[in-house]
Write a protein that binds this ligand. Structure first.
Ligand code: NAP
Ligand code: ZN
Length: 348
C-alpha cells in the first residue's frame, strides 16, 4: 500500500515552506522503506526551493541528507534488514548501464541521475525529499550508516560529506599537500575535518575572522579572511588544492592566484549566476579550474566508513520542522554553525 506521510514543502519560489502530505510508493521487491529520523538542510535545498537553478516543479519537498532506520524491505532486498541504520543522499536512482554508472560514478549518469527531490522517479512520479517522515528508495541507493556515528551528525555527510570527500580524494589531498577550503558553512566545515583526517595541511578562507576559533578546532592549521586584500598577497602561489564551497559568486582570479604551479581550484559551490575568469590566471601557473558533483554510491559508503573510523560527524544544530524557514534565513546570512538538521519527530 502506498503510504501518505507528513512533510514540509515549498509551493512557490517566494513563499515560505509549509506543511504538506506526500505519498510514498508501494515497497517494491528491491525497495527499502526508511523511517527518517533526521534530514540536513543543504544550501542546494534553498537554491531549488527558490528556483535559483531554473524553475522548480512545485510543490517540492526538499532534503537530501537523510538518516534513519529501515522499516520494511522488499522480497529481493539483500543488503538491508529492518532496524538497520541507513542514509540517502542526493540521488535515488540512475540508469545503471552507461559508462559512468558502470564505473560507480552514478552522479554523472549519462541519462541523468534521479535526484532525491525535484526530479522524476522510476514510477513516473515526482521525487520528494527528506523533510518528511518516511521515504522509499531502491536498495542500490541506500547507504549503511556505521555504528559509532549518531544519525543526527551523520545526516549531513550524505551530501556535504561526500561533496568534499570526493574531490579531496580525487585531487590527492593528503600528507605534504596544502589544501584551502573556501567558505566555512555546511560543506566547508565537513571538508576541513575530512582534509585534516586525510593528513593535508589545511587553511580556511572565510569572509571574516569571526569563525577562526572554530576553523582551528575543526582541524585547520591556518585561517585567513578573504575580505583582507593582504590575504591574497601573503598566500599567493601556495596551495596544491583550493576547494571553493561558496554559494555565491567569488573572485575566481584572486582565488586562482593562490594556487602553486599545477594546482587546482575545484568549484563545488553552485551559485545561481555564471562565474567568469581571466585565462591568464590559469596560463600563468599551469593551473586548473575544475568542478565536482557529490560522489558515487560506492565512494559515499567509503566516506561514511572513513568518517566513522576518524570520529567525523557534522557540527549540527537540531531544529523542529516548524523552524525551517528561519533556518533558511540564517543559512543565507552565513549564520549556521555548521549544519541545520531537522528532527523529523516534529512532523508527527
Ligand atoms: P552554506 O552552509 O551556506 O555555506 C556557504 C558558505 O559560503 C557560507 O557559510 C560562507 O562562509 C560562504 N559565503 C556565503 N556567501 C558568500 C559570499 N557572498 N561571498 C563569500 N563567501 C560567502 O552552504 P552549503 O550547504 O555548504 O553549500 C554551499 C554551495 O555548494 C551551495 O551553492 C550548494 O548548492 C553547493 N553544493 C554543491 C554540491 C555539489 O555536488 N557540487 C553539493 C552540495 C551543495 P564564510 O562565512 O566562512 O565566509
Ligand atoms: Zn546538498
Amino acid at each position: 500500500m502506498p503510504t501518505t506521510v507528513n512533510a514540509y514543502a515549498a509551493t512557490s519560489a517566494t513563499e515560505p515552506l509549509t506543511p504538506f502530505r506526500v505519498e510514498r510508493r508501494d515497497v517494491g521487491p528491491r525497495d527499502v522503506l526508511i523511517d527518517i529520523a533526521y534530514c540536513g538542510i543543504c544550501h542546494s535545498d534553498i537554491h531549488t526551493a527558490r528556483s535559483e537553478w531554473g524553475p522548480a516543479a512545485y510543490p517540492v519537498v526538499p532534503g537530501h541528507e537523510i538518516a534513519g532506520t529501515v522499516a520494511e524491505v522488499g522480497s529481493e532486498v539483500t543488503r538491508f534488514s529492518v532496524g538497520d541504520r541507513v542514509g540517502v543522499g542526493c540521488m535515488v536512482d540512475s540508469c545503471g548501464e552507461c559508462t559512468n554508472c558502470a564505473r560507480g560514478e552514478e552522479q554523472y549518469c549519462l541519462k541523468g541521475n534521479v535526484g532525491t527531490y525535484n526530479s522524476v522517479g522510476v514510477d513516473g512520479q515526482p521525487t520528494q525529499g527528506g523533510y518528511s517522515q518516511k521515504v522509499v528508495v531502491t536498495e542500490d541507493f541506500v547507504l549503511g550508516i556505521p555504528e559509532g556515528i549518531d544519525l543526527a551528525v551523520a545526516a549531513p555527510l550524505l551530501c556535504a560529506g561526500i561533496t568534499l570527500y570526493s574531490p579531496l580524494r580525487h585531487w590527492g589531498a593528503g600528507p605534504g599537500k596544502k589544501v584551502a577550503i573556501v567558505g566555512l558553512g555546511g560543506l566547508g566545515h565537513v571538508g576541513v575535518k575530512i582534509a585534516a583526517a586525510l593528513g593535508a595541511e589545511v587553511t580556511v578562507l572565510s569572509q571574516s575572522l569571526k569563525k577562526q576559533e572554530d576553523g582551528l578546532r575543526l582541524g585547520a592549521q591556518h585561517y585567513a579572511a578573504t575580505s583582507d586584500p593582504d590575504t591574497f598577497e601573503r598566500l599567493a602561489g601556495s596551495f596544491d588544492l583550493v576547494v571553493n564551497t561558496v554559494s555565491a559568486a567569488i573572485d575566481l582570479d584572486a582565488h586562482l592566484s593562490l594556487l602553486a604551479v599545477d594546482g587546482t581550484l575545484v568549484n563545488v559551490g553552485a551559485p545561481e549566476d555564471p562565474l567568469s575568469l581571466n585565462v591568464f590566471s590559469l596560463i600563468g601557473g599551469r593551473r586548473s579550474f575544475a568542478g565536482s558533483m557529490i560522489g558515487g554510491i560506492a565512494q559515499t559508503q567509503e566516506m561514511l566508513d572513513f568518517c566513522a573510523e576518524h570520529g567525523i560527524g557534522a557540527d549540527v544544530e537540531v531544529i523542529g520542522a516548524q523552524q525551517v524557514n528561519e533556518a533558511y534565513e540564517r543559512v543565507l546570512a552565513s549564520d549556521v554553525r555548521y549544519r541545520f538538521v531537522i528532527d523529523t519527530a516534529t512532523l508527527a
